[in-house]
Design a protein around this ligand. Structure first.
Ligand code: HEM
Ligand code: HEM
Length: 226
């Protein structure tokens, strides 16, 4: 059963690669220029995903996410007690995690653009704010990356937990897009939302509509002096 569309899968693996590079390059003076440029690409990537959350196919849309902290806690409690039913889209806890990760990544990107490495490179908007605000942005940038690393660790741990404890492999679905259709697999949001269907095929028009603003923003960032 087709679940994750190709743009969502490409988004995910590009995000994973760029994120790792951002962590490595952030710690290296020599790679700081590349930290900036890769950050611009990542800004485009996140912008794409945010628009794709509205224009994308069934399971990629935010409307298919269960964005309710109480439902998420209840779901996690059940999971920790060993009660588990496979779902097609993101689980309640998974939905919350995706939104938290995307939001923190947006904060990380914005604060990076206001920061300086105190050696050569100033973020493109560093000169638009006061020195004390830039310092604060730098501190937030330093703290949020740690939080992000922790949450990504938790994200990967959850994938391993599903595999080891519940024998559900989530990773292959992020590679080839399909989840097995077994009798006890449920859609994530109840019958009313009609989410127990295979995802629709990707619309080229919607894909272009999501890509153009993302590419435009990235291009503009590259034109800014740093
Ligand atoms: C998800 C995106 C990003 C991640 C994960 C990330 C991660 C990091 C990390 C790990 C550091 C080292 C922090 C430390 O001093 O301990 C760092 C520093 C820095 N980053 Fe980023 N960064 C991101 C985006 C950006 C962007 C888009 C820019 C600018 C356009 C930027 C500009 C900087 C600057 C100027 C520093 C040096 C700060 C300092 O030396 O105190 N970052 N970043
Ligand atoms: C090698 C390490 C990684 C593996 C094996 C992995 C695996 C997965 C899997 C299997 C899913 C689908 C979960 C589901 O079925 O609900 C997923 C979703 C997601 N992962 Fe990862 N992931 C990795 C690294 C990362 C990193 C580094 C980030 C972010 C910095 C990340 C962010 C996300 C996001 C945002 C989603 C939601 C995808 C969407 O709906 O757009 N992942 N990941």
């Amino acid at each position: 059963m087709k679940v994750w569309d190709l743009p969502t899968r490409l988004f995910h693996w590009s995000l994973a690669i760029l994120f790792i590079f951002m962590i490595i390059s952030g710690e290296s003076d020599d790679l700081m220029e590349w930290h900036f440029y890769t950050g611009y690409l990542l800004t485009g990537l996140i912008t794409f995903r945010l628009i794709w959350g509205f224009l994308g196919t069934r399971y990629a849309r935010f409307s298919a996410f269960t964005l309710n902290p109480i439902a998420s806690i209840r779901y996690t409690n059940k999971l920790l007690r060993g009660q588990h039913k496979p779902l097609y889209g993101h689980t309640p806890a998974g939905s919350m995690m995706v939104v938290v990760l995307l939001s923190l990544l947006a904060v990380q990107l914005s604060t990076g653009m206001l920061s300086t490495d105190d050696i050569i490179w100033n973020g493109p908007f560093y000169n638009s704010i006061s020195e004390s605000s830039a310092e604060l942005a730098g501190e937030i940038h330093e703290s949020i990356q740690l939080l992000l690393q922790f949450l990504v660790g938790l994200h990967i741990l959850a994938i391993i937990l599903y595999k080891v404890k519940f024998k559900e492999s989530l990773l292959p679905a992020m590679l080839h897009g399909k989840k097995p259709k077994h009798g006890n697999t449920e859609h994530s949001k109840g019958d009313k939302a009609g989410l127990d269907e295979e995802r629709e095929s990707t619309s080229l028009t919607k894909l272009i509509m999501s890509t153009i603003p993302a590419v435009g923003l990235t291009y503009w960032l590259f034109t800014l002096p740093i």
